[in-house]
Design a protein around this ligand. Structure first.
Ligand SMILES: Nc1ncnc2c1ncn2[C@@H]1O[C@H](COP(=O)(O)OP(=O)(O)OP(=O)(O)O)[C@@H](O)[C@H]1O
Ligand SMILES: [Mg+2]
Length: 482
């Protein structure tokens, strides 16, 4: 540790200077010498010194005077006083005034070396501490620069929900022009109940490893927020951090795309329905007799048109769902009656595919629901169960009254869904690529619509599935009227 440490020896006696030089250089120190206080101060202006050995009794400037100046100008350099036997009191006095230690002449080599190496060590530790402080402040200012340059808004609060850190992007998003003092109550920056509610929950419930996502509309802008707790020493929740992203442009683009699709879909529906109608007239022979081949072709046209109309209807449903206009009329609804009707309609299709279709109803409670959309839910689930079953399979629908819910299960003994695909099947347009289901026509919108309808009823839907064994969808619908 002492290798290369620089020691300045200040003594008017040449023997002492030379002795120190010899002993210290042998041990790897770099040694400078000065024969007077004045000369020492001159040298300190140019040289970087780690330890000073200072004689008290010198002609010209006294050791005490030199010590005073060094303490003032170079407070970090430890000074070791060199004293004769008779002047120990003065040396002690010097230590009171800031000298690091003293050694008495004539030097005991071991003692001498020990004292110097202790002083060098002290100096090294201080240098290290200073470097750490410097690194810390550099890191802090680097972090500050990054946060200030971010395009996303950043907001950090303390436990009292006062904002202690924010960046220019946040101020721009919130259209705040004046400089804000810190800490500042959160409401002065974002006065949004849902965000404040989430932050309060994080703090009150001490939530550590979770992110909370929200979409807010503030001053005509759509903003997506991600919030989490800010952790202090010993992993204590000391505040919250929120990153805010302005997604207004994406939203507008998305709205334009949706409007465009809706317009096209709408325009397609009427002519397609008309073509279907005319084809039915032809098939029924109302426009004159058809031969076998002609009837077959027109029937095939009708089924292709039905596929297109299905897709169009699904797309229109999705548009309504996304506009929040799909599930609107809640009335006490008999779930069993709705499912019974669907089952009757689907028996024929199930039979054609060699699938047994069973319905068990053990519930009398009406459920506050929108009958049309509930019909949509179970038509989708039951037709999926039949479609993704194999010849000889069984589809079972059960309705059970639980305490606060009605539980509906749609189970099949079909092809099943691989585990890693299960979380994706409720996504828009998602279909599992299974060769066994290649013959099934579909758009991947069914379950997306189902999930949205169940959510609008404040219910839940989950799936259990095993490849090759079958799938069960379990739906809970709350009975309590809201
Ligand atoms: N009971 C089931 N058994 C096995 N796989 C299923 C079952 N139900 C759904 N799936 C899988 O989930 C995917 C998504 O289902 P979803 O009903 O959303 O779309 P789809 O049936 O392909 O088309 P459509 O929009 O016409 O209903 C299906 O493509 C299928 O791969
Ligand atoms: Mg489907």
């Amino acid at each position: 540790m002492n290798k290369g440490a620089k020691v300045l020896v200040v003594d008017d006696e040449k023997v002492v200077r030379d002795g120190c030089h010899r002993v210290l250089s042998k041990r790897g120190y770099e040694v400078y010498t000065a024969e007077s206080g004045e000369k020492a101060l001159e040298m300190l202006k140019e040289k970087d010194v780690d330890v000073i050995l200072l004689d008290l009794k010198m002609p010209g400037m006294s050791g005490e005077e030199v010590l005073e100046i060094i303490n003032k100008k170079y407070p970090d350099i430890p000074v070791i006083i060199i004293t004769g036997h008779g002047t120990i009191d003065t040396a002690v006095e010097c230590m009171k005034r800031g000298a690091y230690d003293f050694i008495t002449k004539p030097f005991q080599i071991d003692q001498f070396i020990l004292t110097i190496s202790r002083a060098v060590e002290k100096r090294e530790l201080e240098k290290q501490a200073q470097k750490n402080l410097y690194d810390l402040s550099l890191e802090k200012s680097r972090l500050k620069t990054i946060i200030n340059c971010m395009a996303n808004g950043v907001m950090v609060t303390n436990k009292n929900l006062e904002v202690v850190l924010h960046n220019p992007a946040l101020m721009k998003m919130m259209e705040i022009e004046e400089e804000l003092e810190s800490p500042i109550p959160i409401e002065r920056i974002i006065n949004d109940d849902s965000l404040i509610g989430i932050l309060r929950k994080i703090l009150e419930e001490n939530i550590k490893d979770e992110f909370f996502y929200l979409e807010l509309k503030i001053k005509n802008r759509y903003i997506r927020t991600i919030s989490a707790s800010a952790l202090g020493p010993e992993d204590m929740v000391v505040g919250t951090v929120t990153v805010l992203e302005d997604i207004t442009d994406f939203k507008r683009l998305d709205e334009m795309k949706t409007d465009f699709i809706n317009m096209v879909v709408h325009e397609l529906r009427s002519p397609l329905s008309a073509i279907r109608q005319m084809n039915t007239v032809l098939v029924e022979g109302l426009a004159g007799p058809l031969n076998e081949k002609q009837r077959d072709l027109i029937n095939r046209q009708i089924s292709r048109i039905d596929e297109l109309l299905n897709l169009i209807n699904d797309l229109l449903d999705v548009a309504k769902i996304e506009a929040g206009k799909y599930v609107q009329h809640f009335v006490p609804t008999d779930i069993c009656e709705i499912i019974n009707n669907i089952i009757s309609l689907m028996q024929e299709k199930a039979k054609q595919q060699g699938v047994e279709l069973i319905f068990v109803c053990e519930n009398k409670e009406p459920v506050p629901a929108d009958p049309d959309s509930i019909k949509e839910v179970f038509s989708n689930l039951i037709s999926n169960a039949i479609n993704y079953s194999l010849d000889g399979g069984k589809v079972e629908v059960t309705v059970k009254g639980l305490k606060e819910y009605v539980e509906i299960k749609v189970s099949d003994t079909g092809i099943g869904i691989p585990k890693d695909e299960v979380p994706k099947i409720f996504d828009k347009f998602y279909r599992v690529k299974d060769p066994k289901a290649r013959h099934v026509k579909g758009t991947g919108l069914g379950l997306y619509i189902v999930k949205n309808i169940i959510d609008a009823h404040k219910g839940s839907i989950d799936v259990e599935s095993e490849v090759g064994k079958g799938t069960t969808f379990r739906i809970l619908l709350p009975i309590a009227t809201r």
